[in-house]
Design a binder for this molecule. Structure first.
Ligand SMILES: [Zn+2]
Length: 302
């Protein structure tokens, strides 16, 4: 389907399905998620995308969380130090992997005749997503976003999914860059247990900032179900445009993930029903969720 068709479904409040975790799924299938495995295990990436499409996802996300030039650069004192001790071509690697990630998602949809599945580029904050106190000065990051988004656009992504954002100023810069490129922006924020963003902003502040910047869909993600519920209860009454949600299941076990049995696919579905009642119509899963979780959703809501 074209993005236009998807958008009209979303605007008509039909439930639209995202995929589930991909980094954690790579981990669950016996590999480390630390390096994305785009070059080393392309078949694994491909299979996971295919499994989510077969589970009924309308939108699959690239395996590119935290993949940016800055995440390589951050390991070094400065560019001179990087040139002196870094592997060759390190600064070009993010761009190359971005192209490969979109190509793999595209290959997955074509290989099982689901050319109508849309590809969302997974893009998080430039610094670590759970550290709003490390968020860079917004005056300095526009060009960085523009460069990164241009790579995704050239590679053929249909949607920019800005996810696990912890404050509105960086999201506003990201949306502005997306608008310059002309690809729809979806923005997902992390709520904490009090329903505020990790950076402390209230949902009223989120709604105000997003009303000025107009992402196509506003979502909450990468928090356990009770935090998502706290955020949704505060955000939904303030937002009459498309709203979405994808919670995580399990515990963060840096640098990877710990799977727990706290929320089975059935229990997760019950939570999603509640969020749907509150107003969420774009629904999927974050870290720890699997194709089975998405299948439960698509079977129930379709
Ligand atoms: Zn997550």
């Amino acid at each position: 389907m074209s993005y236009k068709e998807l958008k009209s479904r979303i605007d008509a409040q039909q439930v639209t399905f995202l995929d589930g975790g991909i980094g954690t799924e790579i981990l669950r299938r016996g590999y480390t998620w630390a390096s994305h495995q785009l070059k080393s295990e392309p078949e694994l990436n491909l299979e996971i995308h295919q499994d989510y499409i077969n589970a009924g996802a309308d939108v699959i996300t690239t395996n590119t969380f935290q993949l940016s030039k800055r995440s390589f650069r951050n390991h070094f004192a400065n560019d001179e130090h990087l040139a002196a001790i870094g592997a060759r071509g390190l600064l070009d690697r993010a761009g190359e992997l971005i192209h490969e990630s979109v190509a793999l998602a595209d290959k997955a949809r074509r290989s099982i005749n689901h050319n109508d599945t849309l590809i969302a580029a997974s893009i998080t904050t430039l610094e670590w997503c759970f550290r709003p106190d490390h968020s860079p000065d917004v005056e300095e990051i526009y060009d960085e976003y523009l460069e990164e988004l241009t790579d995704y656009a050239d590679a053929g992504a249909d949607i920019f999914l800005f996810e696990t954002f912890n404050s509105t100023p960086e999201a506003e810069v990201a949306i502005k860059a997306a608008k310059e490129i002309g690809i729809p922006a979806w923005v997902a924020f992390v709520p904490y247990q009090d329903g505020r963003l990790l950076g402390g902003q209230s949902m009223a502040e989120v709604a105000d900032a997003m009303a000025r910047n107009e992402p196509d869909v506003l979502l909450l993600n990468c928090a356990p179900p009770d935090h998502i519920t706290a955020g949704m209860e505060q955000l939904a009454p303030l937002w009459d445009k498309p709203l979405g949600v994808y919670a995580h299941v399990g515990k963060f076990n840096p640098p990877e993930w710990q799977f727990t049995d706290e929320y089975s696919a059935d229990q997760h579905l019950q939570e999603c029903k509640h969020w749907h009642d509150l107003g969420a119509t774009v629904i999927g899963g974050c870290c720890g969720t699997t194709p089975d979780y998405i299948k439960k959703l698509t079977e129930f809501f379709s």
